[in-house]
Design a protein around this ligand. Sequence first.
Ligand SMILES: Nc1ncnc2c1ncn2[C@@H]1O[C@H](COP(=O)(O)OP(=O)(O)OP(=O)(O)O)[C@@H](O)[C@H]1O
Length: 612
Amino acid sequence: MLARERAAPKTAPRAPAPAAGKALEAHMRLAPQLERTIAAHHQRALAADEAAAAMSAACHPSEAAAGEAAAAPLFAAGSAGASAVLLRVRPRTAAERARGLFEVVRARPAATALYYPATRILADASLDVHEFAFDANIAPAADGAAVYAAAARGLVPFVLRARARAAVFAYGQTGSGKTHTMSDLAERIAADLPASGLRIDVSAVEILGDAVRDLFADADAAPAPVRVAVDAAGAVVMSGHRALPAAGPDDVIAAIRRAFASRTTRATLKNDTSSRSHLVLRIALWRPPEVAADASPAGGPHAGETPAGEIKLVDLSGSERVSDTAAHDAERLKESAHINSSLMALKECLRKRSGSPADAKHMPFRNSKLTLLLKDSLELNPDVPTKTVMIACVAPTIADVSHSLNTFRYASTLKTTADDSGAHGSHLKPESAAALAGAAQKPKQTPMAWSKDKLERWLNDKIGGLHSLTTLLGKDGDPRLAGPHRFVPPAWKFIYELPPDEWAKRLAASLSTEEALAVRTEYRKLFVKPRSTVEGQVPGAAADHVESILLAEDAPDVVAAKVTKSSSSLEARQAAALAKLKAKGEAARKKALADQDSSKPVTARSAPRSSN
Ligand SMILES: Nc1ncnc2c1ncn2[C@@H]1O[C@H](COP(=O)(O)OP(=O)(O)OP(=O)(O)O)[C@@H](O)[C@H]1O
């Protein structure tokens, strides 16, 4: 049986409630309006995600039928990925609910949106939307089993299969749910360990300031510092700590509970039991010729043993901003400075890890004890595969909005260019109660007056995007729909390219031919401005989108001018470049025709052709 999710042990007195700053007061005054705007946008985004998912399922029926994957994608057999980033939004605490703090982070299956008030002291209720598509976007209602499924199911089999190293770490501001998440996840991972056939030992240390402390040291023994060094072969060597032998999963779970319970916690403005240290748990697996009787005191190999894998579970100390340190004494301020500088050192290593192979070879591990301890798990080693999962934890409310944005940005550092869905922002105007109520009561008379999202959803429904696309491509399909980098055609692309007569036919039940063609013209205008969406990240999609713009009736130079004016995005630049090429090709064709014409006797048949 798996342990239920549990919170960190409560050992410290209550901290005073944080004083509301001026900005927060202003946001709270506009809470009803802001909440309405957020809810409306979230609903629209959910509907758009659902349409995209339905489309993708129609395109990849075999994937849809395969159902839930057994392992988290990073640990599935054959996965070449080195890292995954998950975002977990915790539920509002009772105290946050009592203060009326509303939620500004909304996780959807496809992405997580953070709604940031556009001005500190609000003149109106407009919001900036920062949207990040992480590998998994875990909503407040999800439990520890869901986190395990997305983050670590399959981790133990991967480590054993490849004699590999895996590290999972929780990052986030103080009070965002890191300990809650990691203490539960660590036990679920431990439950997957084999009950026999391997020697297992567990060590646990905390990094407090610049000191490393053994969490398994005898309580009555004088505290001895743990030393961390790198040996001649470049391996991290820890000494001065105890490694607990574990006969199987139950012993490992007991060791994990002991480590979390021994950790240093203090009350801060944000968390009654704030972990002021980084906790690093190491589960080392050894394959013995025959299991030796004694455990190694330093957690190293016994004679004849070979490493069978290693798991590091890291509960990072909470990141803090200046406002969080208002009630800190000198000692806590020093702690905070250490915490932030080690988190920065980790960020720098992660940044290099996600960069070029040359960058990855030069991760500055020595900049902090934390990164030195994690060296083996972060290094991209050709001999020992390593996989890293970051769980970025965020608090959901307006009081933590700037911390949450920082966490989103920090977490994005670990994404590789290959699988990074990145972020995009948009600006939301306030949606007044009257406007929303009015919209709910009487549907707009004509699709021309609808929002772009609503129009697109309606068209997708009426025109039947994906099903029609597969029909159109025939049973053999389009080669772009096969293979690992397959192109998933977005619904808008299909709708955009549908010929006028087909368009009118499909909308005949709802609109007259004139109305349908008028809507088509409007719809096509909407796509002159390239969209920066997750779809845009699919290889080939940007180019296809550009191509679809170029297929518009306008002459290439007009398209280029329009596109360039409408956006400075990559797509726009590609469009401009393609348009230039097309124009160049056109000029060359005209010249060739002219040359041809001048070399032939002029007849009615060889008169210059129209360039269109
Ligand atoms: N997913 C969740 N469901 C329910 N309660 C949660 C969840 N995540 C966190 N909490 C609660 O929120 C509070 C803060 O969580 P936790 O102590 O895990 O934060 P933390 O990020 O580890 O903070 P610190 O960095 O200060 O140690 C705790 O009371 C915890 O029980």
